[in-house]
Design a protein around this ligand. Structure first.
Ligand SMILES: [Zn+2]
Length: 267
């Protein structure tokens, strides 16, 4: 594993050893560290080939989100298990030899907690959280357990090469709303300055307590929830070293397209 760049004390970039090489050494995971596999612009440009087995990914954390090889649904990492929410909404535990092209995860520890206000929308929830979480230039992993009178979720369908950009694929995403669900919001709040590398702002995935309902969250209302969060002051990015990854023009500004992909509801 080569250390490519070390920027100040908070961003460390590594290359991801190819999946078929010898088992990598135990990763160095500091407390309060956000660990990321690949960069969001690679996913935006259609780099959907998995670059790290889930078995290895789970050594970097027990809480987080992402997607799976061939963009095969939404990935939810909760309490140390990885769940796949397919494009048809079906949920299963991900086999450890499956791979991910993009994931963000951490070892969850509770730095703070407070009751979740009952809200009528995700925008309202995020506004409350923005007031409560003051460390705007650090990362937060946010876990909200509670009741969801209404929750609107989406997932994407497995793609086959040649891969189209995510903004095109997202047009055929599945969106569904469920009512009276008990479950957990799995959130990553990234600083605004991560543009191109990760998803700026809030990114939420969801899993119901019975593991029957999940996906990328587009909207929700909440009741009787409790918020727990971890503040992350170190950011580790594992970069693929594949030819395909190195052909990508990752410096493009794709923030407008990303915003549409993350929040698009109309189908
Ligand atoms: Zn997502």
């Amino acid at each position: 594993m080569n250390i490519l760049v070390r920027i100040s004390c908070c961003l460390v970039l590594f290359t991801v050893p190819s999946c078929n090489r010898a088992t990598p050494a135990t990763p160095s995971i500091s407390p309060h560290q956000i660990n990321q596999i690949s960069v969001i612009n690679a996913l935006m440009l259609g780099q959907y080939d998995g670059v790290m087995p889930v078995r290895e990914m789970l050594r970097y954390g027990d809480f987080g989100l992402g997607t799976l090889d061939h963009l095969d649904g939404e990935l939810v990492i909760l309490d140390g298990s990885a769940y796949q929410v397919r494009g048809d909404g079906q949920i299963s535990v991900v086999p450890l030899d499956h791979t991910t092209p993009f994931a963000v995860l951490t070892r969850f520890a509770t730095d703070g907690k407070f009751p979740c206000p009952d809200v009528g929308s995700l925008v309202e929830l995020e506004s409350h959280l923005n007031e409560a979480l003051m460390q705007r230039n650090n990362f937060h992993a946010i876990r909200i357990d509670g009741q969801f009178p209404s929750i609107t979720l989406r997932s994407v369908h497995r793609q086959e090469p040649p891969f189209r950009p995510l903004s095109e694929v997202a047009k055929s995403q599945s969106v569904w709303t469920r009512t009276h669900v008990s479950g957990t919001l799995v959130g990553i709040l990234s600083p605004t300055w991560v543009t191109g590398i990760s998803v700026p702002g809030f990114h939420w995935h969801f899993l119901s307590d019975d593991r029957q309902i999940g996906g990328h969250v587009l909207d929700c209302t909440t009741r009787e929830g409790r918020v727990r969060y971890t503040v992350c002051t170190t950011w580790q990015v594992r970069l693929p070293d594949s030819e395909a990854f190195n052909r990508l023009e990752l410096g493009k500004d794709l923030s407008k397209e990303l915003n549409e992909v993350e929040s698009a509801r109309a189908k």
